[in-house]
Design a binder for this molecule. Sequence first.
Ligand code: SF4
Length: 345
Amino acid sequence: MAAETISTAPQSPPARVFPRLGPELTAALRALTPREIVLQVPAGLVRDAHGMAARLREEVGSSVVLAVRPCFGACDFPSRDEAPRADVAVVLGHAPIPNVALLRPTFFVEMREPPGDVERLAETVAATAVPRRIGLVLSVQHLDLTGPLAAALAHRGFDVRLGRGDRRLAYAAQALGCNYTSAEAVAADVEAFLFVGTGRFHPLGLAFAVDRPVWSLDPLRNAIDPPIDRGALVRRRQLLVASVRDARRWGILVSTFAGQNRSPAARALQARAQARGRDAELLVFDRLDPRDLEGRALDAYVNTACPRIALDDASNYPKPVLTPPEFLMALGELPLEPYRFDTYH
Ligand code: SF4
């Protein structure tokens, strides 16, 4: 994949995309003659961050500052307050989110992995009980496998579907922790999904989002994991919803990060809660810290920021935290079944 420009929200500065660090990125940065670059790296790459900043400084000839706040997605790039002098941002490890407006020209370095031994991966899949009609979903780092792996699986008798998601996804078949619309687009046509990437974050999100078994292929280890028990996941959430049906005092969590800010949805939820006789307070923050919710006279929360806060980090919070669809279930405005993932569109 060569560098390309991805169109973002109207009036947004451009997003340039690079598969990995290298001379192409350096040349594109030099051409802009930036006054200052703000470099943002995900937690897994922090150890190398200072070396990367030094290289950029030397090769581009501009001042470079490092954004220190942990970043979890392309939804929370450095704000103006965090890097007031920077006129260019370099964001590592994420694809742009096309419908999120940027603050400054931003270079996304997706840190793509080379496809490797695709035939061996396809053999591993074929040797398991993965159903033959499958949807392929990949993390950004492994998207270069999409075409070759789909072809290798088709060669072994699989019917492989690649879905195109909504405007929050830059690529077909892409996984994003808050948006699996690429999978939803083909869910009716497949018996199961094959997620390609590392870790449990995306298989878990996919399991919530689609009512199909999700197999996980780790292309770095050439290892495949069987599906997560979706029924158990959903039942746990439904029990949580049932436990707060009578809660009177709700906090509605709203993030100011560009790509996590659902203020209109939060206000609509507040109005729905009040119409049903509940108190509902809007609580505003940029990055949510569980300690900031301690000691409040509230019974439960509904989170409109990153959907994964409620689903993955619930045990860090002093009171139950629901997603917006779960909150509507608790109010009796949506049925418990079918379970609805909080897709961030
Ligand atoms: S909202 Fe959450 S899941 Fe979505 S991109 Fe941001 S950090 Fe990732």
